[in-house]
Design a binder for this molecule. Structure first.
Ligand code: HEM
Length: 400
């Protein structure tokens, strides 16, 4: 397979959805100019299938409900087979999303910057995780992608949200300031600390032509739901045939198309017919992200992506926040007969609390885990963790 040309796609967002967001930003409605930041909340709060807030700008409302023209390469029979497969394995899918698909993004500084920029990821880890699970459930609900309905509206919602974030990342700080001077002073600190443009500029200072949430970033995230899910199912011992792999990757390529990714980066499309390209895209981008400078190496690499250590720290902070939530979720799953022991023996509780780190480390593989500073567990914790994994039903991890 010929090498994929990724770099030019770092300069492209999603022209169709970006045009809608730009029209609202530059228009004269209450969401134009300084009011634009509020439109993200309006779109974010909308539940597909439900009526929209009457304040929704008409061009956005039209975009959100606009039907799709499915591409000629869309194979709805394959999508349906992939959805049926996922329906039988959704609990394992949720484990993969929480312990692998989400954490691997934390080594991608530009993606972290966008996630941190809304301020919600760090403070609301659990709802963000749940939003992702809901989206995947929607995409994998049998029949959801076949025609107009909630599934299609979900795709449009995510696509529009991303276009809005692309604009807020490029808005200067003063455009977030309220007009009233006292409110302005009160807001100043958090605005400066969390201002999307400040964060974005810092992350991309040496890549001025990169667009926020660009095609390469979208393609990578897509493969965490697609190729990485397939590879992780294998790791979890869930058997998938070669044709099931192809179905799954094709289904997610259709999702990618619907959320604005170009065919050139969608395995199974006319432009990229070989579904094997899914692995190539994922591993190619991952390889670039892993090739970062490390002060401990005697021969320091040339740092192809110019990653700054401080930017990787954002990802490690996000990783820490996710682990806090996963520890709580997992402690709730300690089987009843063992609860009294865990409560009484702190060393045992410590070991249980180390378990999410052990799972994430195994799922991610050593190089990614090391970049996120997920160190090896002490021997005792490792032994207890390995035993606990046999007792705790990971499939019920999110029931509590
Ligand atoms: C296939 C690719 C992607 C999918 C399927 C996806 C999916 C989602 C979903 C489901 C949401 C939540 C929507 C809601 O509010 O209910 C969301 C929000 C968001 N996404 Fe994506 N995303 C993708 C790629 C990306 C990339 C590449 C970035 C950053 C570079 C990104 C940044 C964000 C941000 C900042 C939010 C708003 C988070 C918040 O609520 O504060 N996404 N995305």
């Amino acid at each position: 397979m010929a090498a994929l040309q990724l770099d030019p796609w770092r300069q492209t967002g999603d022209p169709e959805a970006d045009g809608i967001a730009k029209a609202v930003h530059e228009g004269g409605s209450e969401f134009g100019g300084k009011g634009f930041a509020a439109v993200a909340a309006l779109v974010g709060k909308w539940n597909p299938g439900q009526p929209m807030d009457t304040r929704m700008p008409p061009e956005m409302a039209e975009f959100l409900l606009r039907p799709y023209q499915l591409p000629a390469w869309a194979d709805l029979a394959a999508v349906q087979r992939a959805q049926a497969f996922y329906a039988c394995n959704d609990a394992a899918g949720q484990v993969v999303l929480a312990t692998c698909s989400l954490p691997v993004l934390y080594i991608y500084p530009e993606v972290c910057t966008a996630l941190v920029s809304t301020g919600r990821l760090l403070r609301f880890v659990r709802p963000r995780l749940e939003e992702t699970l809901v989206f995947v459930e929607q995409a994998m609900r049998p029949g959801s992608l076949n025609g107009p309905g909630e599934g299609w509206q979900w795709m449009r919602k995510v696509r529009l949200l991303h276009a809005i974030i692309r604009i807020t990342c490029a808005m200067p700080a003063h455009s977030f300031m309220p007009d009233n001077a006292i409110a302005c002073l009160a807001a100043q600190m958090s605005t400066e600390m969390l201002h999307p443009m400040a964060l974005w500029k810092e992350a991309t200072a040496d890549k001025p032509d990169h667009v926020p949430l660009n095609q390469v970033e979208l393609a990578f995230v897509l493969q965490t739901f697609s190729w990485l899910m397939v590879a992780s199912f294998d790791k979890l011992g869930i058997d998938m045939s070669a044709s099931e792999h192809v179905d799954f990757i094709s289904a997610w390529s259709l999702v990618g198309h619907m959320i604005g990714i170009v065919d050139d980066l969608l395995p199974g499309s006319l432009a990229l017919p070989d579904t094997g390209a899914a692995e190539q895209i994922y591993e190619g981008i991952l390889g670039g992200l892993l090739a970062v400078d490390d002060p401990l190496l005697p021969e320091r690499p040339k740092d192809p992506l110019n990653q700054k250590p401080a930017l990787l720290e954002d990802g490690r902070i996000l990783m820490g926040a996710l682990l806090v939530v996963l520890v709580d979720i997992l402690r709730n799953q300690v089987p009843a007969p063992f609860r009294a022991f865990v409560a009484r023996w702190h060393w045992l509780d410590d070991a249980v609390q180390s378990l999410p780190r052990m799972i994430v480390r195994r799922m991610l593989g050593l190089p990614t885990a090391q970049l996120l500073r997920l160190g090896r567990l002490p021997l005792l914790h490792w032994i207890v963790g390995t035993l606990a994994l046999k007792l705790i039903d990971l499939r019920k991890w999110n029931d509590a």
